[in-house]
Structure formats: structure tokens, C-alpha cells
Design a protein. Structure first.
Length: 269
């Protein structure tokens, strides 16, 4: 285990007495150590010297991409620096709002956290930065689509990433459909993605030769977990209120490869 002797003793509340000298960095460290969510667990893993692959394994996840996203948020908090990525900024701002809402914080730290949250949220709402990041995600999506790998494909829209159905868990509307040949042919022929107001973003590919049968298995798991989305003629039956974390677990249970194309999951379980 890591040496934490430099940190103050932990209490049930993330507070420091107003009679004690105020150290913002130490207050952040204490909050992270007391945080029982994934953010806090990853911070503890890092203190223990675990690699991203080891962290992913400890969390029951084959892919380690999510670890790097949380690392960015933790580093931003410790350095008190606004993340470059508007998506990372959005997740970090949401995290700070939960702390502000649920924890009894030292008044000095609360004031600092309120001001920092506002600055981070401003970055999250930077439309130009968002557009750049979306363009990069779309480019990655098209590159993966060009491979024409048979399997289950997971898409979403930028709107559903920015305005999640459940901000607390990170669940939002995701399209889970299969491609037996070429993904452009599949989605184009189905008419599901061609008339949308935004460029869809490909989040995952789970390769499978029997893609149609595998899709049915995914849909059965999602329905059983009550992750079914609103059924409309426009959306079709392939949209679910879920998360890539849950979908990755399904893929692992089915012994499928998890190909991370874009990582935007903000769940903090």
C-alpha cells in the first residue's frame, strides 16, 4: 500500500476545521481518498502503483481506456487545472457538483470548489472545443467503419453525450445494432442513421461472425436489465438507455473482443 502519512486523518465528513491552516491540495487528496465511487477507487489504485491494465482487471473490465479518462479528471483536480477536453470537463464539473451537493465541506474549500466548478463548466460548454472533439470522434468512427468488421456496433449522437438521460450513472441513448458486411451498408439500408441532425459517433465494435445472433443476445440482456429506450418509428428498436460499461460487460460475458473506438462514458459507479 502507498504511504499516506502526509494526509490528515479521515473522518465521516470531508471537512477540515476552520481553526486549522487551509491547504486546498490536501483537501482534494482527502476528498479523493474518501470517495467511494470509481473516481476515488482509481485514485487509490494509482497510489498503490497499479497500472491501467491492472486497474481495469480489478474493476472487472477488459479495456483500460476508461482509466485514462478518470486519470485526466483526477490530475485536473490535484493540479487545479481545467481539462483541455470539454468532455472530460463536463464529467469533472458533474463530479464537483455532486460533492458540493452531498458533502459537508470546509467553507473555504467550498468557495474554491464552487469557483473552479464554474470555470470547468465553462470549458465544457465551449462550442468550438466541442466541435473539434466531435470531428475527431467522427474521423475515428469512419476509420473503424472502413474496416468492415462483422459484429455489433454501438453508436450515439453528440447530443446524447452532452445531455445524458441519467447524469448520475452516465447512461444515455445508445444504438446497439449489428453489421454482417459493411457498416455503411447496414445502417444506410436500415435508414436509422442517415437522416439524423448530427454525425453519429461510433463508440464500440464487438466483432462477431454471427453478428445478427449476437445482436439478439445483446438486446435480450439490455431488455432484461430494463435498459430499453423509447420505441419510435424514427429511432427503431436498436436504441437503449444504457452505458458502454454495461455493454462491455455483456461482451465479456459472451467472450467477445471489446474494440474501443471512442471513449466518452462518464458513469461514476
Amino acid at each position: 500500500m502507498s504511504d499516506q502519512s502526509h494526509l490528515p486523518a479521515l473522518t465521516a465528513q470531508a471537512t477540515t476545521s476552520t481553526d486549522e491552516p487551509y491547504d486546498r491540495h490536501r483537501a482534494v487528496e482527502q476528498l479523493l481518498l474518501q470517495d467511494e465511487s470509481l473516481t476515488g477507487r482509481i485514485y487509490q489504485y494509482e497510489l498503490d502503483g497499479k497500472t491501467p491494465a491492472e486497474i481495469a482487471e480489478a474493476e472487472g473490465n477488459k479495456g483500460a481506456a476508461f482509466v485514462y479518462n478518470y486519470r485526466l479528471q483526477i490530475e485536473a483536480l490535484l493540479k487545479w487545472e481545467v481539462p483541455t477536453s470539454p468532455w472530460a470537463a463536463r464529467s469533472l464539473a458533474a463530479k464537483m457538483r455532486r460533492w458540493l451537493k452531498t458533502l459537508d465541506l470546509d467553507a473555504r474549500f467550498r468557495d474554491d470548489l464552487l469557483a473552479f466548478e464554474a470555470t470547468v463548466q465553462s470549458r465544457a460548454e465551449d462550442s468550438e472545443a466541442q466541435a473539434v472533439e466531435v470531428d475527431q470522434a467522427v474521423a475515428k468512427s469512419k476509420q473503424a467503419e472502413d474496416d468492415g468488421t462483422p459484429g455489433v456496433y454501438v453508436y450515439t449522437l453528440p447530443h446524447y453525450l452532452k445531455h445524458r438521460v441519467d447524469e448520475e450513472t452516465g447512461k444515455t441513448l445508445l444504438k446497439v445494432g449489428h453489421s454482417a458486411k459493411d457498416v455503411y451498408y447496414r445502417t444506410g439500408s436500415a435508414g436509422r442513421l442517415t437522416a439524423l441532425p448530427e454525425e453519429p459517433i461510433l463508440l464500440r465494435v464487438y466483432p462477431s461472425v454471427e453478428s445478427a445472433a449476437t445482436e439478439k443476445q445483446f438486446h435480450a440482456w439490455l431488455s432484461a436489465a430494463d435498459h430499453a429506450g423509447t420505441r419510435t418509428r424514427r429511432a427503431g428498436a436498436e436504441w437503449f438507455v444504457t452505458s458502454t460499461k454495461f455493454l462491455d460487460r455483456i461482451a465479456e460475458s459472451l467472450e467477445l473482443e471489446v474494440r474501443v473506438i471512442n471513449e466518452f462514458d462518464s458513469g461514476d459507479a
